[in-house]
Design a protein around this ligand. Structure first.
Ligand SMILES: NC(=O)C1=CN([C@@H]2O[C@H](COP(=O)(O)OP(=O)(O)OC[C@H]3O[C@@H](n4cnc5c(N)ncnc54)[C@H](O)[C@@H]3O)[C@@H](O)[C@H]2O)C=CC1
Ligand SMILES: C[C@]12CC(=O)[C@H]3[C@@H](CCC4=CC(=O)CC[C@@]43C)[C@@H]1CC[C@@H]2C(=O)C=O
Length: 255
């Protein structure tokens, strides 16, 4: 099933996205890595060698995403699977009473812009290309997988912007799955708990250790490869659609 499959992974140069790229390649797929020009996407593609290409993009740009889709067609002829992993994390309280400073609106807008609108931008443009595929025996033409966060449900102090952006991704999953159902395109979102990636490693190790202790089982950060395994499973299971799946070791984040 994966042999020859063409995937496009945003945020594919790092963390959960990179692990997904590696898993798709391991299964015999071909992959376009989409990430910021400043990311290590080019080196990543070189390291992974075959059946992979890097296209520098900002997910919020229509022009960039259209260019990435055109490159996908030029290089691999089609697109079957999109995995949206590009994202940014911010932590600011709604009001800083010591500095008498409200949350910076530009920072709130940028978080929504990248995590929510960027994800939507990729979905809306990729759907047209996936819709050109001939349907399989089940009528399926492709799969779109998004990345939210458990912060969509249990957002912590300082996560108003991040949680709102991820809740938006959760909220649009079902309506988009319904929009694309007639074309046989499935849409599923993963809401990860805590995974060891460069985003997480912005935190000092003692903070990571204490976060790990809050995960009931297994009491550790997830490995990016475990995220990639769920991506594989979603691709393989045609009954998964319009749903958000928590991948969190039963973590419920504390305030
Ligand atoms: N690591 C974790 O524990 C969790 C991560 N997530 C989400 O998973 C996704 C992947 O995160 P990680 O791999 O941990 O982070 P990461 O920081 O390792 O990777 C994120 C990638 O997104 C790219 N990116 C950022 N803004 C972009 C833009 N405008 N256009 C294109 N690419 C852009 C970055 O360059 C980076 O390569 C994110 O959406 C994050 O919010 C959700 C829950 C937990
Ligand atoms: C996003 C997430 C939770 C956070 O808010 C932190 C982030 C790692 C980097 C951070 C450093 C800080 O100093 C403040 C908090 C945060 C932005 C975490 C990575 C994954 C977490 C998440 O989405 C959990 O579901």
């Amino acid at each position: 099933m994966f042999k020859g499959l063409v995937g496009l992974v945003t945020g594919g140069a790092s963390g959960l996205g990179r692990a997904t790229v590696e898993q798709l390649l391991k299964q015999g797929g071909r992959v376009v890595i989409c990430d910021l020009p400043s990311s290590p996407g080019q080196e990543t593609a070189k390291q992974l060698k075959e059946n992979v290409a890097f296209v520098p993009i900002d997910v919020t740009s229509e022009k960039d995403v259209k260019n990435a889709l055109q490159t996908t067609v030029d290089k691999f002829g089609r697109l079957d699977v999109v995995v949206n992993c590009a994202g940014v994390a911010t932590a600011t309280r709604v009001y800083n009473f010591k500095k008498e400073q409200p949350f910076d609106l530009k920072s709130f807008q940028r978080t929504i812009e990248v995590n929510l609108i960027g994800t939507f931008n990729v979905i809306r443009l990729a759907a047209g290309l996936i819709g050109k595929n001939a349907p399989d025996a089940d009528g399926q033409r492709g799969v779109i997988i998004n990345t939210a966060s458990v912060a969509a449900f249990d957002g912590q102090i300082g996560q108003a912007a991040y949680s709102a952006s991820k809740a938006g991704v959760v909220g649009m999953t079902l309506p988009i799955a319904r929009d694309l159902a007639k074309q046989g395109i499935r849409v599923v979102t993963i809401a990860p708990g805590l995974f060891r990636t460069p985003m997480m490693e912005m935190l000092p190790e003692p903070a990571i250790k204490s976060l790990e202790a809050t995960v009931p089982f297994p009491p550790r950060l997830g490995h990016p490869s475990e995220f990639a395994l769920l991506v594989q499973s979603i691709i393989q299971n045609p009954m998964l659609n319009g749903e958000t799946i928590r991948l969190d070791g039963s973590l419920r984040m504390q305030p």
